[in-house]
Design a protein around this ligand. Sequence first.
Ligand SMILES: CC(C)(COP(=O)(O)OP(=O)(O)OC[C@H]1O[C@@H](n2cnc3c(N)ncnc32)[C@H](O)[C@@H]1OP(=O)(O)O)[C@@H](O)C(=O)NCCC(=O)NCCS
Length: 311
Amino acid sequence: MDAEIDIVDLTPDSAPAAARLCERALDLPEDAAEAAVLVDALWTRAAADRPVVALGAYRGSELVGVLIGSLSAVDQKLGHVDLMAVAPEHRRRGVGRALLAAGEQRLAGLGAGEVLLAGNPPYYAWPGIDVRYTPAVCAALALGYRQDRTAWNMTADLSYDGSPALRSTEAAERRLAGQGVTVRRAEPADLPALAALARDTFGGTWDAELAGSVGRAGAGCHLAERDGEVIAFAAYGSSRPSWFGPMGTTPAAEGSGIGGVLLRRCLSDQREAGHDSAQIGWVGPVPFYSRSAGARIERVFFLYRRTLGNQ
Ligand SMILES: CC(C)(COP(=O)(O)OP(=O)(O)OC[C@H]1O[C@@H](n2cnc3c(N)ncnc32)[C@H](O)[C@@H]1OP(=O)(O)O)[C@@H](O)C(=O)NCCC(=O)NCCS
């Protein structure tokens, strides 16, 4: 490692500097554009819910690298690296290696026995390492990680009026109304029912993602109800404004076209907010999104893990 690099725990007042660094260091424009939102979600917002590690690499007084990590909400023995970025002009000089070693040490100190280079919902920037961040893939392999899963996003095109992602939902909503199903935007008062549905029917952390979507700026959620009971939901923007998900329909209501309606209502909101495409994150049922929104598989992620204590 370069002798002049210091790795330090960052305090929350460094968040703007960390965001500025990520803007420069995340090589994919779609990620650079959301750098500040990501730092806010993974660090500031996540820290209210789970242990978070935020490390900076300094060369003198200059911040040249950042790592944000956290403990899993489902298994406290699992640590996650949520984001790591090194300024382009400081790469291949051991900064990433030093940040990761220090991150692993901090996560071990919090009780982690294993570290994942993979998204830690409900606050996550990516499911894993986008394969186009090829230096990060190389670094993961060099630093003792093994790939255990692959994940992908789908892209919905919101850039033109005739896009299948923006197809009108009116006729389908009329048909659903005939079956006693109402579709509307979710309000904060709906959260308890939404969270209960997500928890009881789908498990995982979707209830927390819904809490991050309903009523928050840049985010939103639409739901379907029958006889006053929520039977389906679709949400967007909980960690990233341009990302869609999660969505769920109760098994009894599946196959009635509710999902496609809720999906396109969300995508239409995202277009309204100025996005010319939306990422359907960490998919899921490819044929459904292809059919309902003309979405195509685009971003592919490798997920890595390493048991601590063995190199
Ligand atoms: C991934 C990243 C953080 C690595 O930072 P870094 O400071 O350059 O990493 P290091 O210098 O410590 O490299 C450690 C090892 O990784 C491997 N590696 C890193 N970059 C590599 C590259 N471009 N090609 C091949 N191997 C590479 C090497 O084995 C390297 O060791 P070596 O230089 O002794 O051969 C940096 O490239 C980056 O910020 N990329 C953009 C953001 C990103 O992809 N983040 C990950 C997604 S969250």
